[in-house]
Design a protein around this ligand. Structure first.
Ligand code: FMN
Length: 174
């Protein structure tokens, strides 16, 4: 059986993003049988996408970045969203990506796709919109040096694998 493909979408556009470090850790520590790829888009990740506009969401005008994102999500078996919290919600870049993925109507690329959300926030509340996985007073922690982070990233990816296996039509548990 070929590897289960997990696509990691990073909600932060920051070059030194802690959340990108976490996604990298999940890729580096993925259990056997799982391949985790960080979505890079046309080079700038989710930052390549223009703001969603229904006027350009058609075959003739569809931006290359939107085409690339839809294709990457469609090709993945599961999605791992790794994101900080911005003002009590998800960052605009991530929301914009979800808007692109949710259309055209009736063709939501995320529909029925196993998806997990993890991330780190350094604000006072440590991310209220999702379960926090890390917190530090240090502005730029090096997550790969933390045994707990390494262990957790492997656990999240393994949990996604279990979900993919459960949903698979070939699975004996279905
Ligand atoms: C615009 C903005 C809004 C933020 N809002 C929150 C928030 O609501 N809750 C929180 O815990 N942290 C908040 N933060 C702090 C981020 O969680 C922190 O900067 C985090 O490290 C960003 O992740 P990154 O390192 O992957 O870029 C905010 C940061 C920014 C830039």
């Amino acid at each position: 059986m070929s590897d289960i493909k997990v696509l990691a979408l990073v909600g932060s556009l920051r070059a030194a993003s802690v959340n990108r470090q976490i996604a990298g850790l999940a890729a580096a520590r993925a259990p056997a049988g799982i391949e985790v790829d960080l979505y890079r888009g046309l080079g700038g990740g989710l930052g390549d996408l223009p703001l969603y506009n229904e006027d350009i969401d058609n075959a003739a005008d569809l931006p290359g970045a939107a085409h690339a994102l839809r294709g990457a999500v469609a090709a993945a078996d599961a999605i791992l969203v790794v994101t900080p919290e911005y003002n009590g919600s998800i960052p605009g870049a991530l929301k914009n990506a979800i808007d692109w993925l949710s259309r055209p109507y009736g063709h939501n690329a995320l529909s029925a796709k196993p998806l997990a959300v993890v991330g780190a926030s350094m604000g006072q509340w440590c991310g209220r919109t999702k379960r926090p996985v890390n917190r530090s007073a240090s502005p730029e922690p090096t997550l790969s040096t933390r045994p707990r982070s390494r262990c957790q990233s492997t656990h999240w990816v393994a949990s996604l694998r279990a979900r993919v296996t459960t949903l698979s039509p070939a699975s004996p548990t279905c």
